[in-house]
Write a protein that binds this ligand. Structure first.
Ligand SMILES: [Zn+2]
Ligand SMILES: [Zn+2]
Length: 254
């Protein structure tokens, strides 16, 4: 199993998970041309994808999803709530409605969705299983829950939201309403919340830890790395950071 990011942050998100010959795109927050260009950095073409998983209807996650799926005839997995909020969802070529509590098989990848508290209609995040290995991705959540911790605990690779530093958000340029939204119970994880969540997990198998969905105005890679490395007592440089422009290159789970 390996995975890579096309870009991560409030201006667009997409990640690829690969097991053998099956590749799934997790969210598609970039336009068609941009998605194709970013896939090519990973030596992938749209035809290499088995489909698109959607987490929720915010523009940074679905920006190009419907058009991309239509252009390349790809199935799209999403919750019913997200489906009802997705513009032009009826025009999708192959709609796969999911139950946010039930694992399903997408060719060679077992996909486990899980619900998160976030200000969208029916948001989920996903974990991916291939035999004995598990990758979990958690962004766009205002907090943790025992269920989230159960899904993430013991995984082999984790992509974890470190959206903002709470002091930088408080003192930063966002209008008060937006600050409240981002820091609220249905907003985004800040560095210290992500660190507390990480501390609650069994991290003994963790081969890769990547901080994701960093705010370009209210966080820095150094602060995110410092928060997470403090929990694992590891070198901060061991922790990857998914950035908006580059995402991150392939990471192999052994
Ligand atoms: Zn987002
Ligand atoms: Zn969101």
């Amino acid at each position: 199993m390996r995975f890579a990011s096309l870009g991560s942050g409030s201006r667009g998100n997409a990640l690829v998970v690969e097991v053998k010959q099956t590749r799934l795109l997790l969210d598609c927050g970039f336009g068609i041309k941009e998605t194709v260009a970013r896939l090519s950095r990973l030596a992938l073409r749209p035809e290499d994808l088995a489909g698109i998983l959607i987490t929720h209807e915010h523009a940074d996650h679905i920006g190009g999803a419907v058009r991309f799926a239509r252009r390349f005839g790809l199935p799209v997995w999403l919750t019913h709530g997200t489906f009802t909020k997705l513009a032009f969802a009826q025009t999708l070529p192959d709609i796969r409605l999911i139950d946010g509590h039930s694992a399903f098989q997408a060719d060679e990848i077992e996909v486990l969705p899980f619900h998160v508290p976030h200000d969208a209609r029916e948001p989920v995040q996903y974990a991916f299983n291939s035999g004995s290995r598990r990758l979990a991705v958690l962004t766009d959540t205002g907090g943790s829950t025992p269920h989230i911790e159960a899904v993430l605990s013991g995984c082999d690779a984790l992509v974890l939201e470190c959206n903002h530093d709470s002091d930088m958000l408080r003192d930063g340029p966002y209008p008060p309403m937006l600050k409240q939204r981002v820091a609220g119970r249905f907003g985004h994880l800040d560095n210290s919340m992500a660190a507390r969540l990480l501390a609650s997990l069994d991290s003994s198998k963790l081969q890769h830890l990547i901080a994701a969905h960093l705010s370009e105005k209210n966080n820095t890679p150094e602060l995110a790395r410092a928060a997470l490395s403090g929990v694992l007592s590891c070198d901060p440089e061991w922790i990857g950071v998914a950035d908006q422009r580059e995402g991150f290159d392939w990471r192999q789970i052994l």
